[in-house]
Design a protein around this ligand. Structure first.
Ligand SMILES: Cc1cc2nc3c(=O)[nH]c(=O)nc-3n(C[C@H](O)[C@H](O)[C@H](O)COP(=O)(O)OP(=O)(O)OC[C@H]3O[C@@H](n4cnc5c(N)ncnc54)[C@H](O)[C@@H]3O)c2cc1C
Length: 324
């Protein structure tokens, strides 16, 4: 019997998030021929994102478009999504392992009595069995899990599964009515965006990160310039955040964000295990540190022993010329 996969897509800063396309690919990797993949998108003023999304799904694109849904609020989103999902009867629900996905998935799992596998980085088929790989012990090991029975919910880690290619023909768009939930316990008064760069750190392909070696908030400027030339995002160690050089929103690591870019440039970061937990899965790691014994060099693919205030501007200049 054919199965129905529903991907809950996400919009951020008016853009369809790349991880939503990766979630569609995760559904494709899991599905068999004849299975249907649909998407569900919530928010406000979504026409552009909906038509973009429809190019990637073979099934329908279900839309809940209402001013109340402009910002994620667990109770609102959950109560809006549940009736739609109940009518679609999905076999599996797939979300990005984002702040929203991490919050929403367990609530849906509880409501639907579904099994959940979170933070999936790869999907393999072993005969008829689907195996989901996910990191454990702060990324020091990986485990493979499988579902035994019932409805499935998975969240996929950004930048690990390739984004879906466009489907042959655009999916049909189905608008759904939104009914505000009664007895809301929380409302959003205002959303204050802080320390946000042009590129979303969690999805950035290049991250230039600074540690305590950057020495001051001013010291982050050369890193920002390098990130700008490379079209990347700026990150930081907790050492730099604790010292007040940058906002905690930039913190990468065990208690910060997990990033998996193509290139991670660590500037003046020692390489403590808690920092590695957030970036060790980056494809190429470049470390700049004046201490040749710094532990970061043990996991770096390329290491530059030197003063970051000399090395970073030189790199920026060379990349600017090369990319001009
Ligand atoms: C429970 C717990 C959770 C934690 N979670 C996190 C987390 O999520 N993320 C995180 O990052 N840390 C985390 N930490 C903190 C972690 O243990 C380290 O203290 C922190 O990562 C150190 O930051 P740092 O490498 O920037 O600073 P330092 O260890 O002080 O290293 C600075 C480095 O800069 C180099 N340097 C100095 N000047 C220059 C220069 N001019 N040019 C080049 N190099 C220079 C030095 O040689 C040194 O290697 C956590 C700790 C605990 C206990």
């Amino acid at each position: 019997m054919s199965k129905h996969y529903v991907v809950i897509a996400e919009v951020r800063s008016e853009q369809l998030r790349q991880v939503s396309l990766e979630a569609i690919e995760a559904a494709r990797l899991s599905a068999h021929e004849g299975d249907t993949i649909s998407a569900l998108l919530l928010g406000h003023n979504l026409s552009e994102q909906v038509s973009q999304l429809s190019r990637y799904v073979s099934g329908q694109v279900h839309v809940l478009d209402h001013p109340d849904l402009e910002h994620y609020l667990a109770e609102r989103y959950c109560s809006a999504i549940i009736p739609v999902l109940e009518s679609l009867e999905p076999y599996a629900i797939v979300l990005g392992h984002t702040a929203m996905g991490r919050d929403l998935a367990p609530m849906l799992a509880a409501h639907f009595q579904a099994g959940q596998i979170s933070d999936v980085t790869a999907i393999h088929r072993n005969g008829s069995e689907l195996l989901f790989t996910r990191p454990v012990y702060a990324g020091k090991a990986f485990e493979q899990k499988r579902f035994i029975d019932g409805r499935h919910i998975i969240t996929v880690r950004p930048n690990n599964i390739p984004p879906a290619a466009e489907a042959g023909s655009p999916g049909e768009i189905v608008q759904h009515a939104y009914t505000a939930p009664v007895n809301l316990r929380t409302i959003i008064k205002d959303v204050i965006t802080k320390a946000s760069g042009r590129v979303d750190l969690a999805e950035a392909q290049i991250v230039v990160s600074g540690g305590r070696g950057v020495k001051s908030a001013e010291g982050f400027k050369p890193l920002e310039q390098l990130a700008e030339v490379l079209g990347g995002a700026v990150g930081a160690s907790r050492g730099a955040c604790d010292a007040g050089y940058c906002d905690y929103a930039l913190q990468i690591g065990q208690t910060g964000k997990v990033v998996t870019p193509q290139i991670y440039i660590a500037c003046g970061i020692s390489g403590a295990i808690q920092h590695l937990a957030g970036m060790s899965q980056s494809r190429i790691i470049i470390a700049i540190n004046k201490d040749p014994e710094a532990p970061i060099f043990k996991i770096a693919d390329y290491g530059i022993v030197g003063d970051l205030f000399e090395v970073v501007p030189l790199l920026t200049e060379e990349f600017r010329k090369a990319l001009a």
